[in-house]
Design a protein around this ligand. Sequence first.
Ligand code: PMM
Length: 292
Amino acid sequence: MTAAVIRRPSGLPVPLATLERAAVVGVLNVTPDSFSDGGDFLAADRAVEHGIRMHADGADLIDIGGESTRPGAQRVPVEEELARVLPVVAGLSAQGVPVSIDTMRADVAAAAVAAGACVVNDVSGGLADPRMYETVAELGVPFVIMHWRGHSDRMADLAHYDDVVVDVMRELSERVDGALSAGVAREAIVLDPGLGFAKEADHNWLLLQRLPELLEMGFPVLVGASRKRFLGSVLADPTGEPRPVDQRDAATDAVTAVAASLGVWAVRVHDVQRSRDAVRVAAAWRRGSQGE
Ligand code: PMM
């Protein structure tokens, strides 16, 4: 049996448009409070430097976010979000580094695309801003629709499902319908199960176990598991203490390898080099041969 083809969205720049393996998306949070890299890259020049380094290390796309989505996080004003992300989007784009904008706001998405971003990644899947779908339709760029149920200050209360996989797929389909009715091209859409967003640990594991069902929806899929809490808890020590955030990269690599071998379009990760190795191994495994 040969593995199914890797679906990717239309409208990607070269070389992303022709990759024969899963894309590696490097996380770049220009925030004081993201759970893993919060506060590290708040200054635009440091953020641009880090983005260039991740690109050199093998990131195919750099995902820039200016608003933390860690559980419990409060929203930031739109002016603040714009001030954080735009210099970094522009700085990296000017260096020829492909960039996606991680935002729930249509105005930020539009400004970031004007500054050079080539993908819009909306963790709310269009729910947080009623103008997101029409904006993305006009921008004509690939659009990541992540499964989401509510803002971070209340998402822990929303982690109730009958069958998490069925429920997530149904809610993603509703988002897709909304996007299509607003004029977003079907080929531009990427789906993301939203690991850790209104999900208990076992919800995440079920979504990963049944990733093939999500892939069968017929859209490219992006998986963002990097260093998340459920990886810390699966690797808890004998006293039940979760593995700290900075020691979850091997677990992230394992998710990358399995997801890439199943045929996802992209993995969104903090440690680019390790995941790049993992996707190369997965690609050789899928091909049954060495050459890229
Ligand atoms: N996770 C985070 C932020 N943005 N975007 C997508 N598409 N999928 C994710 O899983 C996702 C995301 C939260 O993690 P971070 O603090 O490492 O950015």
